[in-house]
Design a protein around this ligand. Structure first.
Ligand code: ADP
Ligand code: MG
Length: 361
């Protein structure tokens, strides 16, 4: 099931599931059950957590709906979780929809005019909303009003409908994908970053506790290290390792068990996924290490430029395999080594010091 198809009733169902009910093989159900329910329960993202906590506290003191919030960052880092937390922290109802689900302005008008005072409206993938809907949203965000057009042609009239104060929470893989006027109407933007291994380790340990998995610290570190900075992946790998521990060992997740399980599932030792590896492979084998433009690189791996830019690159840059230079994307010596290829003597990246690579991120 895709998130687009999610109705509010279903989302309520998923978030009300207990761990025992959710602990099957249904990814979505387990994911929902593992979601932190408050800002305090959320691990990592220190900066966003502090900023958001201030926004919410101030709104509570003023007894007003908080400013509209935009959450940006790669998939699986906690955008949906944060939207749910915002509603929970405000003790407000939550309504969930997504950009692709809003194909006509009328769809949005129906949602907006059904909102109750103080309600939180979560629009996932907000950068994929249709143009007319976007324009309707500007007005709703700023003036808490929608103009519903009745009739067609010269006889058409716009009837303004006042909306109760509400909080829009939008999620996008990158804030830069949004048109400026929409971006500017959010009072607060939280940029989620890939998690560092220490935070991921805490997340794995928390999830293991909730799922009743016995795991030692080395086991947690091994899973965290292969999760490509992403809690969703960490939780998924934990469940695969748990299967292995149960069937092939005594049920306890140790480092050795985690290593064997993840090797069996062909999880790269550093967590790179198929797209990450395809990008590095194209960069090194087809383009001699670069520099190569992002569009050319995306065509070479058969993916949308957006996906390569928003999903693969942040992790590759962060892991020191790829650098974004003014002349294009460049493979670092570490990339060649990771692919098991000899490092060419004069790679473009050799000119980039490690410091420069990090700063590029
Ligand atoms: N900071 C965090 N602490 C613990 N678990 C997290 C955290 N962020 C995300 N998760 C877990 O990762 C999974 C994916 O999070 P989600 O909010 O759906 O990501 P996104 O909407 O950004 O794709 C959820 O199951 C959630 O439990
Ligand atoms: Mg989400």
């Amino acid at each position: 099931m895709h998130e687009d198809d999610l109705t509010r009733a279903e989302e309520d169902y998923f978030s009300s599931l207990t761990i025992a009910e959710a602990d099957g093989d249904d990814d979505r159900a387990v994911e929902a059950a593992l979601r932190p329910k408050s800002l305090d329960e959320l691990i990592g993202q220190q900066r966003v957590r502090e900023q958001l906590s201030l926004v919410l506290e101030a709104a509570r003191q003023r007894e007003r709906a908080p400013d509209h919030v935009l959450l940006s960052g790669p998939p699986g880092l906690g955008k949906t979780t944060l939207a749910m937390i915002i509603a929970a922290e405000m003790s407000a109802p939550l309504r969930i929809t997504s950009g692709p689900a809003i194909t006509h302005a009328g769809d949005l008008a129906a949602i907006l005019s059904g909102l109750n005072e103080g309600e939180v409206l979560f629009v996932d993938e907000i950068h994929r909303m249709s143009r007319p809907a976007e324009e309707m949203l500007y007005l709703a965000m700023e003036d808490f009003r929608v103009d519903v057009v009745i009739g067609k042609g010269p006889g058409a009239t716009a009837i303004p409908i006042d909306l109760p104060p509400f909080t829009l929470v939008g999620a996008t893989t990158r804030a830069g994908l949004l048109p400026g006027p929409l971006r500017d109407r959010f009072g607060f933007t939280g940029h989620l970053e890939l998690y560092d291994p220490a935070d991921l380790e805490l997340i794995v340990r928390r999830s293991a506790g909730l799922l009743d998995v016995t795991l030692n610290d080395d086991g947690a570190a091994e899973i965290a290290g292969r999760s490509r900075g992403t809690p969703r992946i960490a939780n998924r790998l934990l469940r695969r390792v748990r299967d292995y521990a149960q069937v092939k060992a005594d049920g306890t997740v140790t480092q050795e068990v985690a290593q064997k399980a993840l090797d069996l599932y062909e999880v790269d030792p550093l967590g790179l996924d198929r797209l990450d590896l395809a990008v590095l492979d194209a960069l090194c084998r087809r383009f001699g290490g670069g520099p190569v433009g992002i569009s050319t690189l995306s065509v070479a791996v058969g993916e949308e430029r957006e996906t390569v830019e928003e999903v693969a690159e942040p992790f590759l840059v962060r892991s020191g395999f790829l650098a974004r230079t003014p002349r294009g994307r460049v493979a670092t010596p570490a990339a060649w080594e990771h692919l098991g290829l000899p490092v060419p003597a004069n790679t473009e990246a050799a000119a980039w010091s490690t410091d420069a690579l990090w700063n590029e991120a």
